[in-house]
Design a protein around this ligand. Structure first.
Ligand SMILES: Cc1ncc(COP(=O)(O)O)c(C=O)c1O
Ligand SMILES: N[C@@H](CCOP(=O)(O)O)C(=O)O
Length: 471
């Protein structure tokens, strides 16, 4: 199966190419040419299977033979053996028809591990097969960076550079990125916001000379393989709650729109998904867009859910492409509008198509803190602030439809944000034992100016040195 760019001006490529390519050369994002379909029978047959077995089927359908089934199966088994829970992504009930899908049992305590553990193995496999080397550059508001550094540290075929916004991630997140000693990882504190980090990242990819010189590869959710791996837990959660015999709704704490896009993809593949709730903190560009049709970034406010302090939501482009009937010219117009005038309008009938599948809800800081306290007191369940944003939006949605089960994606372990959780609940969540000495480990990172030329020079110098040493 080939993958096409949302902007329609880059060559269509197979899964393995999309895996190594990240951003398409026309600045767009890759999606499969068609969606593999899961019948009701195939969905029902997932019941009782292990997470790894479900992943083999679902990721296998998306990989479509580009990685041999036995190799994929070995990588999937290996990836999910790193999780601390036997169910990998377990469901917990916290109220009437209200469930939490725990995605934080991986090594770095955030949902990113679910995809990143598999992505690293897939990339390593394909690079080794080709005898090639890649320079991975990623932008993070805290969790993608930790997960990527953990997953790629020590691998021979890659050098990893992670840009994070200086002073705008939690201490646990920063330490997870800066205390890994492997020489192939480089944590870069950028003097700016996450949107600056992501803007520079896209700028590096759009500089084709630089991109080719260093064989740039991406691990952000611009990389299609990240989304593909995240589709799995929508299937496993929905099947646990009765799919395909009844629909299940999901509310997703949202920033870059990758996680919720995976839910939309699951629906396109045949899973009976009710509604998909986009939950944001006060950085609410997507809530405003669904309400008014106007996509207009504003300044970013720092919150207790820092991983969602994002205004420019990368994967929304994939939704605009898909929900708009794959009209690449329309996507190009909207994206040009964003660059040239700082905004664009989602016209009808695209806006209505999006509203049919999605609702959106925003939680301010007081609501997030109150939610952590309420869920702790009423259900004895400790939410992290990102999950709490989702819970606020989900509870509102349940008032409109109390019949369809609602699953809130729990995207991080509360111990990643202990100060905010303690302030809201009175409970300070401890780090799991494998991270118990995190605060004592020595840190290593460089501070770099918010300037693409400075980042380019930094990456080039270190990547060249590593390539020289490896040759
Ligand atoms: C803990 C947490 N929750 C939610 C999100 C938002 O997810 P997405 O960017 O896929 O919308 C992120 C960052 O991506 C995150 O790290
Ligand atoms: N919240 C993310 C931001 C990057 O998102 P990605 O899914 O595109 O990698 C983070 O924690 O880094």
């Amino acid at each position: 199966m080939l993958h096409v760019s949302t902007r329609g001006e880059a060559p269509a490529i197979a899964f393995n190419e999309a895996l190594l390519t990240g951003l398409a050369r026309d600045g767009g994002l890759y999606v499969p040419e068609t969606w593999p379909q899961f019948t009701r029978e195939a969905i029902a047959a997932l019941a009782g299977k292990s997470y790894a077995a479900a992943a083999n089927e679902i990721v296998g359908a998306l990989v479509d033979g580009d990685v041999p089934a036995d190799a994929l199966s070995a990588m999937v088994a290996d990836a999910y053996a790193t999780f601390r829970h036997p169910a990998v992504c377990p469901l917990t009930q916290v109220g009437d028809n209200l469930f939490v899908l725990e995605l934080f049992h991986g090594p770095t305590l955030a949902f990113k591990d679910v995809a990143m553990q598999l992505l690293a193995r897939l990339m390593d496999h394909v690079l080794k097969q080709r005898g090639a080397r890649a320079t991975i550059v990623g932008a993070t508001s805290g969790d993608t960076g930790s997960a990527a550094i953990e997953a790629f540290a020590g691998l021979d075929q890659v050098d990893v550079f992670i840009l994070f916004p200086h002073g705008r991630v939690s201490e646990v997140q920063r330490r997870q990125m800066t205390t890994v000693a492997s020489p192939n990882v480089h944590a870069i504190a950028l003097e700016g916001t996450f949107d600056d980090c992501q803007g520079i990242l896209k700028g590096l990819f759009n500089n084709h000379r630089f991109r080719d010189e260093l064989a740039l590869s991406g691990v952000n959710s611009i990389n299609w393989a990240r989304i593909a791996a995240q589709v799995v837990y929508y299937f496993t959660a929905a099947v646990s709650l009765g799919a395909p015999h009844r629909p299940v709704s999901f509310t997703v704490p949202t920033g870059n729109f990758g996680d919720i896009l995976a839910g939309y993809v699951a629906k396109r593949m045949g899973l009976p998904v009710g509604r998909l709730g986009i939950a944001t903190n006060v950085n609410d560009i997507l809530v405003r867009t669904l309400a008014t049709g106007r996509y207009e970034p504003a300044g970013v406010a720092a919150t207790t859910s820092p991983s969602m302090d994002i205004q420019v939501s990368s994967n929304f482009e994939r939704l605009l492409f898909e929900a708009g009937g794959r009209d690449a010219a329309a996507v190009r117009r909207m994206m040009t509008g964003l660059v040239q005038s700082g905004a664009f309008t989602v016209e009808e009938p695209l806006l209505s198509a999006i509203r049919r599948d999605f609702f959106a809800g925003r939680a301010d800081e007081a609501e997030v803190a109150a939610e952590i306290g309420i869920t702790w007191r009423e259900a004895g369940y400790l939410l992290d602030p990102h999950t709490a944003v989702g819970m606020v939006a989900a509870r509102r949605a349940l008032k409109e439809d109390a019949v369809t089960p609602m699953v809130v994606l729990s995207t991080a372990h509360p111990a990643k944000f202990p100060d905010a959780v303690q302030a809201a609940s009175g409970v300070r969540p401890p780090l799991p034992t494998h991270l118990a000495d995190l605060y004592e480990r020595p840190e290593r990172f460089d501070v770099v100016a918010n300037d693409i030329a400075a980042v380019e020079a930094y990456v080039r110098a270190r990547a060249r040195a590593a390539r020289g040493a490896a040759a």
